[in-house]
Write a protein that binds this ligand. Structure first.
Ligand SMILES: [Zn+2]
Length: 172
């Protein structure tokens, strides 16, 4: 894993490099970005993303942002002090106008698009009200896909795994 370009020490401004951290026995791929000059260690924690599987009668709602080729789950970053469930429901409301009730969390899925380490926590939600209205500033398209006719995902996305887990859950 390479360190994204342009990451600098918050204290002295020197370029960060991955280095061993005193007292932590970490494998090489998780060495922390550290300042070679003042010793500041950037914690480099993953960023949480709240995502929602919104299902209605065997179909799931997917959205495609402007400029993107692939559809994805409705998702976004939690606001400070928001729970993942609250964030997922808010994102669905903001992006589609639908009110949803989060039933449970399916799982968490790590990926690294554009060098950014994201951990998506995927919530299973059902529509509880509201009126479908796409947020057109961010999104080009929203569409209900049958669960047996989902689109192809970019390989580096964890969505195939997400829907495999979701399918298994339905069979339990
Ligand atoms: Zn420094």
């Amino acid at each position: 894993m390479t360190l994204p370009e342009g990451r600098y020490c918050s204290y002295c401004g020197k370029g960060l490099r991955r280095a061993p951290v005193d007292g932590l026995d970490l494998p090489e791929e998780v060495l922390k970005p550290a300042c070679p000059d003042c010793g500041y260690v950037h914690l480099d924690a993953p960023t949480p993303v709240a995502a929602a599987i919104v299902e209605r009668g065997g179909e799931v709602l997917l959205v495609r942002p402007h400029g993107a080729e692939a559809f994805a789950l409705v998702a976004g970053y939690p606001e400070p002090y928001e729970t993942i469930e609250e964030a997922a429901a808010r994102e669905v409301r903001e992006e589609t106008g639908l009110e949803v009730q989060v039933e449970h969390i399916l799982g968490s899925y790590s990926c690294e698009p554009m060098g950014q380490n994201l951990v998506s926590v995927v919530c299973v939600a059902r529509v509880a009200g509201g009126e479908y209205r796409l947020q057109e500033e961010e999104l080009a398209e929203g569409r209900w896909f049958p669960l047996d006719g989902l689109p192809a995902w970019p390989e580096e996305w964890p969505l195939a795994e997400v829907f495999a887990d979701y399918g298994w859950e339905g069979k339990r």
